[in-house]
Design a binder for this molecule. Structure first.
Ligand code: UD1
Length: 419
């Protein structure tokens, strides 16, 4: 199993080009099931989750060409697809469940594996399923699979989500595309990745409109067309590298982003004393004079993202004073804490709250990655730790960070992959 070896304590400097967003690419790939016309997707991040989604589409019969060098995916669905999504492809990547909405609306049936548990929490899909039932789908769960069908086309409905869910909003957007009449989705997630999916679906010819900050109306259409789409940048990857720069007290240029989309994260980091200079689609992070403590709560967009919680926690271990984090999205998203403690961090956990004591010296250690964002927080901690750190189980990291060791070592970090 591959590992990362990091020798900490070095400054980094240079430019990091941010990749396309994984969380935008996955629902867009699920949306390609909706049309038999050619689709071209550019700025695709070459990460494991995207490759798994490509494998899933191929397993259904989709003709997918993935050009890893050019970061382009070309898809044509000439023939009728199989409406089956197997467990072995959904067990590592929950977003596979997004094919459910597309398959149901296009073919009126689908058999999709339940995505199962996950290290950061139970992550049910009850909100997805009850909304699809409201649109007329018959759904039963058998042998770990969701078996869904509808006699006729799904019917346009008013759906008020009981909680804000990125995945449920995306699944229902997909399901509504060919539904009869008007679907009104309320209390939707408004993450930039959901917005990118809406942009893509509109280019395809769907009749979709945001009619409020959390409200979307969709009028079903009969057919969709060909299109090309450039995936938005990965705001979580960008936030991770801003934190890497702040932590190592270095100057780093972060390229190919839209700072407006990350204003909450930028505000929080500036309050901590991080100097961030915005230059159109780039950011420059400068060395810090005094790193201040702060209290944050994770929230749905435009709040502070749960996907950046583990990374900012590492920065807090170096702040002057005590910081607090309230994790509001996932019940078990402090998996990184025990590993950070092993490095010397002083962090107390009570329920969904973490208290992080600052000014701590972190020491290199042998560590275990547990989930995607926890893994990257260990990489960040290792960059400022004394001596050498070894991170095991980095397949978690490879699910969502494109060429992380190349991007960091180009800027002077001592990081390498061990086979
Ligand atoms: C997406 C992101 C993930 C991010 C998360 C929250 C992708 C591929 N993944 O995950 O990186 O951390 O949004 O920003 O885009 N919930 C239910 N029932 C449901 C659905 C969700 O109870 O049917 C709960 C979840 O357990 C969680 C909360 O709602 O507590 C939000 O989850 P959701 O927004 O659905 O996350 P994902 O779409 O799985």
């Amino acid at each position: 199993m591959q590992k990362l070896e990091i020798k900490g304590g070095r400054k980094i400097s240079g430019t990091i080009k941010i990749s396309g967003s994984k969380n935008a690419t996955l629902p867009i790939l699920a949306a390609t099931i909706l049309t038999d016309k050619e689709i071209l997707i550019t700025n695709v991040p070459i990460v494991k989750d995207v490759e798994t989604m490509v494998d899933l589409l191929r397993s259904m019969g989709s003709d997918v060409i993935l050009n890893k060098k050019k970061k382009i995916i070309r898809i044509i669905n000439k023939k009728r697809l199989k409406t089956f999504a197997p467990y072995h492809l959904l067990k590592t990547m929950r977003a596979g469940v997004l094919v459910l909405g597309s398959l149901l609306t296009r073919y009126n049936n689908a058999k999709v594996s339940l995505p199962g548990g996950c290290a950061i929490g139970s992550r049910p899909i009850d909100v997805h399923l009850s909304a699809l039932k409201k649109m007329g789908a018959k759904i039963k769960i058998k042998d770990g699979y969701i078996i869904a069908s509808s006699k006729k086309n799904l019917k346009g409905s008013l759906i008020r989500f009981p909680k804000i869910s990125v995945g449920a909003t995306e699944n229902l957007l997909l399901a509504s595309c060919f539904a009869k009449g008007k679907t009104k989705l309320r209390n939707c997630a408004s993450e930039p990745e959901v917005k990118d999916l809406v942009v893509f679906l509109k280019k395809l010819g769907s009749n979709i409109n945001w009619v409020g900050k959390r409200s979307i109306n969709i009028i079903g259409v009969k057919k969709l067309r060909t299109t090309r789409h450039k995936v938005i940048f990965d705001r979580i990857e960008a936030g991770t590298y801003i934190i890497a720069s702040a932590l190592t007290n270095s100057t780093l240029k972060i390229k190919n982003i839209d700072p407006k989309i990350m204003s909450t994260e930028i505000d929080v980091l500036r309050k901590m004393g991080v100097t961030i200079i915005i230059k159109s689609n780039n950011l420059i992070v400068k060395p810090i004079k005094i790193l201040k403590n702060i209290n944050i709560s994770t929230k749905p967009y435009p709040g502070f993202p749960t996907d950046l919680q583990a990374q900012i926690m590492v920065l807090m271990t170096k702040a002057n004073g005590v910081s607090k984090i309230t994790e509001n999205i996932f019940e078990n998203r402090f998996m990184h804490v025990s590993e950070l403690r092993r490095m010397g961090a002083q962090i107390e956990i009570k329920g969904n709250k973490a208290v992080i004591f600052g000014n701590r010296k972190l020491n290199g250690a042998e560590l275990m990655a547990t989930d995607l964002r926890a893994s990257v927080s260990l990489v960040l901690a290792a960059l400022v730790a004394t001596n050498k750190t070894i991170i095991n189980r980095i397949y978690h990291l490879d699910r969502g960070y494109e060429k992380i060791e190349k991007k960091l070592s180009k800027c002077g970090a001592k990081i390498r992959r061990l086979q």
